[in-house]
Design a protein around this ligand. Structure first.
Ligand SMILES: CCCCCCCCCCCCCCCCCCC/C=C/C(=O)SCCNC(=O)CCNC(=O)[C@H](O)C(C)(C)COP(=O)(O)OP(=O)(O)OC[C@H]1O[C@@H](n2cnc3c(N)ncnc32)[C@H](O)[C@@H]1OP(=O)(O)O
Ligand SMILES: Cc1cc2nc3c(=O)[nH]c(=O)nc-3n(C[C@H](O)[C@H](O)[C@H](O)COP(=O)(O)OP(=O)(O)OC[C@H]3O[C@@H](n4cnc5c(N)ncnc54)[C@H](O)[C@@H]3O)c2cc1C
Length: 670
């Protein structure tokens, strides 16, 4: 066991073994040297006071204490944010992922301000007119008002058109009347709504001049700004303990004929004039869903970041942990030396890279589409919706699975809250559901793919992300298998094309048997989800491979080599995972699959000496990792012991409940 200041010897050796320049890889992950410098500057400012650390671990507090503590820290952090960090990032970049990531040094669970910054402010930016932004945005950015995003109801989350809350325009008073007509119409789940927010965005069915115009967003004050009491006509509270997000005060909200001024309707995409006339401004009916698209795009980044945390913890721990003996009497190996452990972990490093590069590419696509829309061109929105839907679904789902694998890799200690792995898992598991459930979003992408297939069939040129359909369309034969990165990507495109083609065929056959289109679609949804997933995987593989090639063009040889090994590992891993599909849609043989397996195992051996270097390259400060198992110095056992001292149960040698229950119980007769 090392002394307090020392770095664990095994980690020292691992770092000595590493044969590439770690900083170079950090710059690639950050998207350039400038970004690394900016990130470090933000971290230095934000974490300067070390205000993040709790005397008692969050998990040892009761619900109320946890909330109060999270709110205390949120105020500390928000002060740093508005007083110092905004100056560094500029107001237009206040939502930078670095700020969000730095926040993790303060919160193991989640800040009650997260939804204010993550959805309330972006919705004002995206759904308000310039005049409305002038009113709300400065107050929101300065946090004079704190908001939530209340869309989901007790009865409906996925099906937004089915929401029941109504906003009925009254031209006499020039107000909207908000009403919750049923128990299922109560808003449910909104983060920050239960205890913290005094305002929220409410998505409601708009009625004017006796007609319903569908769901629209409204900005609503729900609490008095001085007393914080709910305003008359508002029923609001916390929904109760959940698997994670326990400090986010997710809330419920009901309206009893609650009135708001006409101008509180967010009017960028549609307006209600003073006399009650409804005017549609937007050229696309789904622009009111804009905040969700934005958050889906950012969630791919979240998936990568949280996974990079989990795998840093698990790889460092695996270098420190020794277990079993390979031969009788031999020294216990580091568990990282077991190929099965490498199999669990190296794919997680590669996945974090794949998602980071895909997230950067998606963000770029998002900004291009936004710029086009500002010019009045909405043609690229459907493709962005299809892309962001499937990438959000697959990245959050894979990240959750990988984080759970990191926990498995840490054995019993991984189950400790102090490892931070359970927190990471519960956070990312929620991302698979919120902002659009996994299956539901893949089915959105499937709609797009089926249409694209029909276009390809009609010999029309399809959009770039589905361009492979034009190429694959005429191929009746299986695609020729070649074992190369490009060959694997091409094969995945063939799988996606084959699956989409089959879906279209099955829908048409079902219609021929007398089904209507909706039923034929419904009966094909299992295959449609699989087709959308295949399409998404082909895109991630393609993006990861091509972006890594581009980004390492000027890198040193060893960096090129290790990143090539990692990218190849990812491609080969997925080829093996989907070998059934490859056998069906390409000319791959059993012998080829054996070769792939061998190549995969060889790659594990090659990557092994650089494993700790690769996770060090994520450059995650200990304050952000917040893990007894994953700190840079590898003092795993000391930290676990230190954490025990902080446990309130250990404050007294005999628990008072002994006298109360245990002693009388032991003395009682059977
Ligand atoms: C001190 C503080 C420290 C912290 C520091 C923080 C700093 C920075 C912050 C950054 C934070 C980043 C992280 C963010 C974390 C945020 C946490 C979020 C918590 C969760 C929030 C929520 O969950 S909010 C609620 C989300 N709800 C959903 O997502 C619902 C899902 N359902 C839907 O989206 C839709 O109902 C639907 C798409 C499934 C169906 O809609 P609808 O029935 O209307 O459509 P159709 O199926 O009929 O389709 C019609 C047609 O429209 C197309 N379409 C659908 N949606 C869109 C769209 N969005 N855009 C474009 N087009 C769309 C669809 O494809 C169809 O097209 P066709 O051509 O007809 O096929
Ligand atoms: C931690 C957390 C935070 C959240 N924060 C917010 C927030 O701040 N604001 C807010 O408004 N909401 C929030 N939500 C709500 C969230 O957006 C919804 O829970 C989510 O969109 C899923 O909707 P649902 O709960 O209605 O699930 P359901 O739609 O009821 O899904 C249940 C099951 O039915 C399936 N299903 C549903 N529809 C279909 C379909 N058409 N085809 C096939 N299968 C289908 C789904 O795949 C799923 O398996 C939050 C949720 C969580 C968990």
């Amino acid at each position: 066991m090392s002394s307090k200041k020392e770095i664990n010897e095994d980690l020292v050796n691992e770092r000595r073994k590493c044969n590439f320049n770690i900083q170079e890889v950090t710059h690639i992950i950050d998207g350039g040297v400038e970004n690394t410098l900016q990130r470090k500057k933000i971290e230095d400012v934000a974490l300067n006071g070390g205000a993040s650390l709790d005397d008692v671990p969050e998990e040892c507090m009761n619900l109320r204490e946890r909330y109060e503590n999270a709110l205390r820290k949120s105020c500390v952090y928000a002060n740093i944010l508005r007083n110092e960090l905004l100056e560094i990032t500029g107001i237009e970049n206040f939502g930078t992922p670095v700020i969000r990531r730095t926040g993790d040094a303060f919160f193991k669970d989640i800040s009650p301000f997260m939804l204010h910054l993550g959805m309330f402010v972006p919705t004002i930016m995206g759904q308000c007119t310039a005049e409305q932004q002038g009113i709300w945005l400065p107050k929101a950015l300065d946090m004079q008002i704190i908001g939530a995003y209340a869309q989901t109801e007790l009865g409906h989350g996925t099906f937004i058109r089915g929401l029941e809350t109504t906003a009925t325009y009254d031209p006499k008073t020039k107000e909207f009347i908000l009403y919750s007509p049923t128990i299922t119409s109560y808003k449910w789940w909104a983060g920050g709504l239960g205890r913290t927010a005094n305002h929220c965005i409410v998505v409601a069915q708009l009625y004017t001049q006796g007609k319903c115009h569908g769901v629209h967003p409204f900005i609503v004050q729900i609490r008095d700004l001085d007393t914080h009491m709910p305003l008359p006509g508002i029923k609001v509270g916390e929904i109760g303990p959940r698997m994670g997000f326990n400090t986010a005060d997710n809330g419920f909200l009901g309206f009893n004929h609650f009135r708001i001024p006409r101008m509180n309707m967010m009017m960028k995409n549609a307006q209600v004039l003073e006399d009650g006339t409804y005017v549609k401004v937007a050229r696309h009916g789904k622009l009111t869903y804009g905040t969700m698209v934005f958050v889906r795009v950012t969630l791919v980044n979240e998936a990568s970041f949280n996974l990079s945390k989990a795998v840093t913890i698990a790889v460092r721990y695996s270098a420190v942990r020794r277990q079993s003996e390979l031969r009788p009497g031999s020294a216990e190996p580091q568990i990282l030396d077991y190929p099965t452990q490498q199999h669990k972990l190296f794919i997680c490093i590669a996945t974090a890279h794949a998602f980071q590069l895909t997230a950067n590419w998606l963000w770029h696509t998002f900004t291009v589409v936004q710029a086009e829309m500002r010019k009045g061109n909405i043609d690229t929105l459907p493709e962005l919706h299809a892309l962001s839907s499937c990438l959000k679904a697959v990245s959050t789902s894979d990240a959750a699975a990988c984080i759970e694998q990191c926990r498995f890799a840490c054995g019993g200690h991984g189950y400790m809250m102090s490892s931070n792995l359970p927190y990471l898992y519960s956070f990312v598991a929620a991302t698979r559901t919120y902002e659009g459930d996994y299956t539901v979003l893949l089915l959105q992408t499937a709609r797009y793919l089926v249409k694209a297939w029909e276009q390809a069939e009609a010999k029309k040129i399809v959009t770039p992300t589905v361009a492979y359909l034009n190429r694959c369309f005429d191929t009746n034969e299986k695609v020729a298998w070649t074992n190369s990165p490009e060959g694997i990507i091409k094969s995945f495109q063939a799988i996606a094309a084959g699956k989409i083609s089959l879906c279209v065929k099955n829908i048409r056959q079902r219609i021929k048997t007398g089904m209507d289109y909706e039923d034929a679609w419904l009966m094909t949804t299992v295959q449609l989800v699989s087709a959308a997933e295949a399409h998404c995987r082909s895109m991630i593989l393609d993006t990861y491979w091509n972006e890594m090639q581009r980004l390492t063009k000027t890198s040193s040889d060893n960096v090129k080599m290790v990143l090539y090994q990692l990218t190849t590992l990812y491609l080969v891993y997925w080829a093996l995972e989907k070998s059934g599909d490859l056998l069906r849609y390409t000319s791959i043989t059993e012998g080829d699959i054996d070769l792939l397996q061998k190549e995969y195992e060889d790659l594990l051996v090659k990557i092994r000496p650089n494993a700790v270097g690769l996770v060090d390259a994520f450059d995650l400060r200990d304050e952000i990792l917040r893990s007894t198992l994953g700190s840079y110095d590898g003092r795993v056992y000391e930290r676990l012991m230190e954490e025990v001292q902080k446990n309130p149960l250990n404050k007294v040698p005999v628990d008072p409940s002994f006298q109360k229950y245990l002693k009388p119980f032991m003395k009682s007769k059977i």
